[in-house]
Every structure is written in structure tokens, then in C-alpha cells.
Write a protein that binds this ligand. Structure first.
Ligand code: G6P
Length: 613
């Protein structure tokens, strides 16, 4: 949440920063701003709304270029989205400017104290106190002023600060919110919340750790820790190719990411599955496999879509491995009284690797002696670095705010993890393992087949897009698919939708059913124990005049006769079916949102990387 970019170097910092802000818009887009050193002064432009509006305003600056720039996309926490509350924020003298990602929890007491000392405040933000504290501590050295200020702050921050009196310095600091430094050449650096804003200029990235402060100057990068000791950090090479952060001809990132799933699922499988030998391998967890296989219980911790993947992980562990498991919201877990058990295997699942609640849960577990394993997408992210061990899902950058390809890759990896445990515990004969691996390897091709239905799903969306409420139903492995389908719809088209385990409708939701409230049902795998039960639920809804849109397997005549509309998908093993069954709902949400005129990649009030609680 909130995107930071900063530049120091001989090039055109303003256009580079604007481009960077556009790449970071998935982190927030309610307001934007930029401060640049020009002709001995810092000039600042801010606006409510998206970067494209800021771009227009920048044309009015006295010069078009600057060697020292900080800029920001905001996702409001304290104070409404407005020009005044947009970052950069500054001190009373308007000589110190900074951009911030995070929340300063003790800002009210600091503000009171600063007001008593004569500081005037302009915004309602928590961030502004940092600028005034730096002003209070400033005695001609920006680094020292920042060093004195940071211990006074409680909460989280990624910060980039500049001072009018020090045109050759950009000071950055991090605690809880991500911040990376791109090294273009000696004396030219880009600071950002995410490497996606940097990689078109350099692949060499330095990852700041919590409580580190970096000073960028023409002489180089100098990083110190909270005890002011020098920290030696090597730049790491980021492999992402540029096409992955472009739309590549698709109208939206979300649609592109939906269509990339055959490829991203293949990437999740690559090198991990050997169907000939009937073996799976997860390098990142190999030293811990025996610990996990023999633990008494597993806990999956995550937020949002990643939590839905975790819920599927729970079914995998219980049904395939016989290992009791829970999926818990990281936001609840971090404050729960649940004792941390060093015997338990804790898994954190996160696309960004930066979600504040998931990170806090990880830290809580580690603090109390527990072991945490990560399933992460963003390489080098904070959660990836702090977990005891883990595996990457290799889905590539996900820019669309509504997660799609990360979900299918997470579930794919969870299935491989469960199969590794089956292998470790020698639970299945080789033939059964081979059967699962053959099915797993067919998934990308089957997803490709579902994507061929896009046109039909689009035409259904055109027919149905005006409904206001929706119910999504599924059972067992496909209950999380119902939750995820409902989440996708609410996120981007603002239609109220609820996901339920199908049999639960009798305990409330069935009261809502009428012709205006469609029900979306997953009813695949006719040989499955729960299939027949779902059919009964469909009958119950039909009997009350409800409309049914079902995802079913090709050739299923029962559903074709029952449902108002059917989207056919290829059949796979029941436990792998969520990876295929979610695809129609992703496409459906996308086309409904487009039909309703919603901004799919920038849904209102949302941001992708939730780095605040
Ligand atoms: C936000 C995003 C979701 C995501 C969730 C968890 O709500 O909009 O798409 O599922 O955060 O994010 P994570 O990066 O931890 O998977």
C-alpha cells in the first residue's frame, strides 16, 4: 500500500519517477505527488487522483528535469484522499520533504508535542509528524536528523527524505514496509517500494532490511543499522523480464494474468515433478520435509486470496497426508492467544511477501520458537527472507490488484507440497503417485482449454451483469473456490457476493434466493462423494425460483438439464480441480466488471500490497 519512488543521479529524475509511479499504481492510486530539487529549491506538485493527473501538473514546473526526486502514490490511511494529504509531506520551513509507506501509530502524541513546540500542521496525515520531527532534529545533517527521528516513531515505515540544503543526498529508511535501492551506476540510484518500478533501468537491487538507513549520494550508497554500524550489502540481480510487467497487448493486467496461467502453472511445476519416476521434489523445503511430515499439526497463515489457497492446503494436508491442519487469517492470528508450538509446521502464504499481518504472524511465531515456511511469489521479499525456509511459486510479477495467477500457482505448489509429504511418509503406492503427477502435468493444458471459453463467458457477462447480489457455492476442495469466486466479483465489480459451503445454504442464505439473486455453483467430478450433495443443493435453489450458473465437467448431462447456464471445464482429479474450476470465475468477474464500466486494475479503495494493518 502506497508506492514510493526516488531518484538521485545525472539523468532525468522526473520522467523516471513518473514512470515508476505508474508501475507502482497497484499499491495505491487515490492521490499522487512529487518533489524535485530545481535551481536551489525543492518544488512540489501533488494531486488527488491518479498519476496521469500528476503528469499533467508536472508540466507547470519551472524545469522539466531534476537530479534529485521523490514521489509517491497514496492509499489513504489517515486523512481523506486530497491534495493536502498527498505525499510528499514537508516541515514548517518547506525545506524537508519526504514520502512514506506505512503507519505511524503514535502520531497523535507526537503531533501534540510538536504543536506545543510551535510546529504548524497542514494535513491530517500521520506522515507529516515525521517531517516536523526531522526539522526539529535538523542541524545541518539530514542523515543525523533522520537517525534521531526514527527511534521516536512506533509503527511501520518505508521512507525517502530530501532536504533543500543537501542537494546531493537522498536518505531512505525502512521498518516493516518494503524499500529497495536500484543501482544503475556509481552515483545513479533509484529507490522504490518494489523492483517493478526499477527493472527497466537496472537489474541490480539492494534490499534494505528493517531498521536500516541508506544514504545515496554521488559517492555511492552507504547503509547503516540502528546502532549506526556500517552494513555491507551486495546488490542482487533480479531476473524478471520487462515484458512481464507490461500489458503485452491485453486491455488490463488482470486479463493478461488470467491468460498467462497455463505458463505460470508450468513454472510452478518446473523441476519439481517427475512423472516417469513418480517423484516430487521441493528443493527449498528438503531439509525440513521430515520435520513437517512428522509434526502433529500444520497451520496456514495468509490474507485475502492467499488465505483461500491456504484453506485448500488444509484440505490437502488432512485428506491426502492425514495431517491435521488449519488455515487462519494472519490478521487474527497475530493477536490471538494461541500458544506457539515448536513442533507445529507454520506456513505463510503471500504473493507479495510483504503483507503486514502475514509478516507480523511470521515474526510472532519465530519470536516464540516456532518454525515458519514460506510460499511466496516475490523473490527477495521480506517474508521470503525471514521465513526459516520456503519455496517460490514463480508466477512472475502480478500487477492486477485482484489476484489470479498467484492463486493458481499457490494451489499448484500446495499440491506438490502435500505430495512431497505423501512421498516422505510413503503413504501411497508408486502407481497412485504417478497417476497424480500425470494429472498435475496436464493442468496447464486443461487451463488453456478453459480459457478458450472466454468468449462465451464474456457473452454471459453481457447478459447477467446487472445483478446486485450473488451466491457462490462449492464443497470440500471447491468451497475455497466459491470463496475466491465471490471475492473476485466483489473486488472489481462491487457486486455483493458471498461464498458458502453448498450445504450451509439451508442455514441462512437460501432465504435470499429469488430470480434476482443468481447462484454460482461448482459441481465437477461426478464420481466424487460430494457431487451428488451439490446436485441436491442446486435442486433446492431451483425449487425456489433461483437462477443457477454452474461450472461442470464436459459431458455432464445432469447439470446441463438443471442449471440455467453451464460453463464446461475438463475433468481432473478432485484435489486438483480448484486450479481449473477457478478460471471461469476469474474470467466471469473480469467481464462483468468491464461490462459495468469498472476500472478493473484499480478497483476502488483497494491496493495490492497491504503493508499496513
Ligand atoms: C490484498 C490483495 C489480494 C491479496 C491479499 C494478500 O488484499 O488485493 O489480492 O490476496 O492482499 O496479499 P499477499 O501478497 O500476502 O498474497
Amino acid at each position: 500500500m502506497c508506492g514510493i519512488i526516488g531518484y538521485l543521479g545525472p539523468g532525468d529524475g522526473i520522467s523516471l519517477s513518473l514512470r515508476g509511479l505508474e508501475r507502482l499504481e497497484y499499491r495505491g492510486y487515490d492521490s499522487a505527488g512529487l518533489a524535485a530539487w530545481q535551481k536551489g529549491k525543492i518544488v512540489c506538485q501533488k494531486t488527488k487522483g491518479q498519476v496521469k493527473i500528476l503528469r499533467q501538473k508536472i508540466l507547470s514546473l519551472p524545469e522539466s528535469k531534476s537530479h534529485l526526486v521523490i514521489a509517491h502514490n497514496r492509499w489513504a490511511t489517515h486523512g481523506e484522499p486530497s491534495k493536502i494529504n498527498a505525499h510528499p509531506q514537508s516541515d514548517c520551513s518547506r525545506k524537508i520533504f519526504l514520502v512514506h509507506n506505512g503507519v505511524i501509530e503514535n502520531y497523535q502524541s507526537l503531533k501534540k508535542w510538536l504543536k506545543e513546540r510551535g510546529h504548524s500542521f497542514f494535513s491530517q496525515t500521520d506522515t507529516e509528524v515525521i517531517a516536523h520531527l526531522i526539522e526539529e532534529n535538523y542541524q545541518g545533517n539530514l542523515l543525523e536528523a533522520v537517525q534521531k527521528t526514527l527511534p521516536l516513531l512506533s509503527g511501520a515505515y518505508g521512507l525517502a527524505v530530501i532536504s533543500e540544503s543537501e542537494p546531493e543526498r537522498l536518505v531512505v529508511a525502512k521498518k516493516g514496509s518494503p524499500l529497495v535501492i536500484g543501482v544503475c551506476q556509481k552515483g545513479e540510484y533509484i529507490v522504490a517500494s518494489d523492483p517493478v518500478a526499477i527493472i527497466e533501468h537496472t537489474r541490480k537491487i539492494i534490499y534494505l532490511d528493517d531498521e536500516e538507513i541508506g544514504v545515496l549520494s554521488p559517492q555511492g550508497v552507504r547503509i547503516t543499522n540502528s546502532s549506526n554500524s556500517l552494513v555491507k550489502k551486495e546488490a542482487q540481480s533480479v531476473e524478471w523480464d520487462l515484458a512481464k510487467i507490461e500489458k503485452e497487448g491485453f486491455p488490463h493486467f488482470m486479463l493478461k494474468e488470467i491468460f498467462k496461467q497455463p505458463e505460470t502453472i508450468k513454472n510452478a511445476l518446473r523441476g519439481r515433478v517427475n512423472k516417469k519416476q513418480g517423484k516430487v521434489k521441493l528443493g527449498g523445503l528438503k531439509d525440513w520435509l521430515s520435520f513437517i511430515a512428522n509434526c502433529p499439526r500444520a497451520v496456514f497463515l495468509a490474507c485475502g486470496t492467499s488465505w483461500h489457497a491456504g484453506l485448500i492446503g488444509k484440505y490437502y494436508f488432512e485428506n491426502l497426508v492425514g495431517l491435521p491442519a488449519n488455515a487462519e487469517y494472519a490478521s487474527e492470528f497475530r493477536y490471538s492467544q494461541q500458544p506457539i508450538d515448536p513442533q507445529v509446521a507454520y506456513f505463510v502464504i503471500s504473493q507479495s511477501g510483504e503483507t503486514a499481518d502475514t509478516l507480523a504472524s511470521l515474526r510472532k511465531i519465530k519470536k516464540h520458537g516456532g518454525h515458519v515456511f514460506g510460499l511466496i511469489n516475490v523473490v527477495g521479499s521480506t517474508i521470503a527472507r525471514e521465513a526459516d525456509a520456503g519455496v517460490y511459486i514463480h508466477a512472475g510479477p502480478e500487477i492486477g490488484v485482484a489476484s489470479t495467477k498467484a492463486f493458481t500457482s499457490q494451489v499448484t505448489l500446495l499440491s506438490i507440497l502435500a505430495l512431497s509429504l505423501v512421498q516422505e511418509k510413503k503413504l501411497w503406492p508408486l502407481s497412485e503417485m504417478k497417476k497424480s503427477l500425470i494429472a498435475l502435468e496436464q493442468i496447464p493444458q486443461q487451463v488453456e482449454e478453459v480459457l478458450k471459453n472466454a468468449k462465451r463467458i464474456k457473452s454471459l457477462a453481457k447478459k447477467y451483469y446487472q445483478f446486485q447480489n450473488a451466491l457462490y457455492l462449492g464443497r470440500e476442495y471447491n468451497f475455497p473456490v466459491a470463496l475466491e469466486g465471490a471475492l473476485k466479483l466483489k473486488e472489481i465489480s462491487y457486486i455483493h457476493a458471498e461464498g458458502y459451503p453448498a450445504a450451509e445454504i439451508k442455514h441462512g442464505p437460501i432465504a435470499l434466493i429469488d430470480q434476482n439473486m443468481p447462484t454460482f455453483v461448482v459441481a465437477t467430478n461426478p464420481d466424487d462423494l460430494v457431487y451428488q450433495k451439490v446436485i441436491t443443493n442446486i435442486e433446492e435453489i431451483k425449487a425456489r425460483g433461483g437462477n443457477i450458473l454452474a461450472v461442470a465437467n464436459s459431458g455432464d448431462k445432469v447439470i446441463e438439464n438443471l442449471a440455467n447456464q453451464v460453463i464446461l471445464v475438463p475433468q481432473t482429479l478432485d484435489f486438483l480441480s480448484p486450479i481449473i474450476n477457478i478460471i471461469p470465475w476469474q474470467l466471469w468477474s473480469y467481464y462483468v466488471a468491464v461490462q459495468r464500466g469498472c476500472d478493473v486494475d484499480k478497483p476502488r479503495n483497494l491496493a495490492k500490497s497491504v503493508t499496513v494493518e
